[in-house]
Write a protein that binds this ligand. Sequence first.
Ligand SMILES: [Zn+2]
Length: 483
Amino acid sequence: MALKTKKEKDFSEWFTEIVSERGAKLADVRYGVQGFVVHRPWAVKIIRIFEKLIEDAVEKDGYEPILLPILVPKKNIEKEKEHVQFAPELFWVEKMGNSKLDEPLFMRPTGESQIYPMYGLWIRSYKDLPFKKYQSRISVYRAEHTTRPFLRGREFLFFETHAVFESHEGVLKRVEKDMKICNEVIRKQLGVPFLFFKRPEWDKFAGAVDTFAADALMPDGKVNQIASTHDLGQKFAKAYDIQFLDKKEKKQYGWQTTFGPGIWRIMAALIGIHGDNNGLVLPFDIAPVQIVIVPVFFDENKKLVDKKCKKLEKNLSEKFRVKYDNSENTAGWKYNEWEMLGAPMRIEVGPKEIKEKSLTLTRRDTKQKTKVPEKSLQKEIEKIAKDILKNITKKAESWQASNIREAKTYDELKKILSTYRGFARASFCSVEKDGLACADRVQAETEGGKVRGTLFDKAEKPFGKCIVCGKTAKYVVYVAKSY
Ligand SMILES: [Zn+2]
């Protein structure tokens, strides 16, 4: 009952299959509106678990939750000139019942245009700062051309933090903290590695002073931007009139940041990077069902086994998310099904196990079986849980590392992007406006290879002239194809 498509043969088709009815039943694209997908229970449960981790992390950093309406008045988008860039992507509501609305409303494409007018009303004094709110478990709407569950949608799940500081210094510290949250949650708890970049001047968020982003490498060698954080300077504060009285009673514009871990994109990374040809592979802490108990019996000992399984489920449930699968399906069918869903551990219980007072534990990532004496079961589960995360993280990290290749010549760069994909590391003239011509040439001549930026947390010395124009290189950039 493995997936029909082999991941290593055709990742794109494998991804479509694992998401669908034939796979782990995560999303359904048969809703009837392109780009609007139905999230099925297993996906919702997984997402809620890691979304909560991010919520906890930002709340620990002092953010409070807010929820704004889905519709935004037309005048809001006109306040910020550069943000009007979103205009061609908007969905509009123009009627209420049978009557035409006086002012058309658009469905939020992201939160700035709806949140910042409110910040303008709420923030009064330096004593209100830093002002930190976040919005989660919402959707945003964009008129995208191509769509794909968890990668690109016309409606997709969204998470955004918005902070206002007294000075630019607050902003810069915040960017570092946002990167730390990505590290703590996405890398350490989900086992998904990424590189954190400062984006080039030409690839910034509309209206931002600087954009920073985390790129995870998918198994087909294309990068998936899983989070971004923006230094907005005072631009939006000026557009939306977010002012505060400083200590000298003087009016000042706030300095702002916004951070967006991409809920869908993180889900895509979790599916794509850890999954295998038998289905999902989930870290123990992220799995909606961490341990599944499967009874193995013959008619004469059914009652005995059932009783044992129930007891085991009750005991283990005190510490873990446990499911006793007592459905009518055969044991073999259950094994396959729970493997497909990525349940990290399986315990088989039969008359033999009851008699020997030991249980067979099978872990999902390596399929390794361990015989465990009943009395040390909990300890063993905890040990294996840690080892699963360690193992899948290591696998993902080493795969990422082996897909960062140094390009010394332009031909090498082209070869890397066409043969292996992944990241090509190269010396580059400029990540300011004057580097755009070189970046455009790369994109045109490598079928979409984009300059993702310079590493945020590590200053790197160029190892040659600009790989495109041959002028003096000031930066080391990473080039990759992307989703
Ligand atoms: Zn150049």
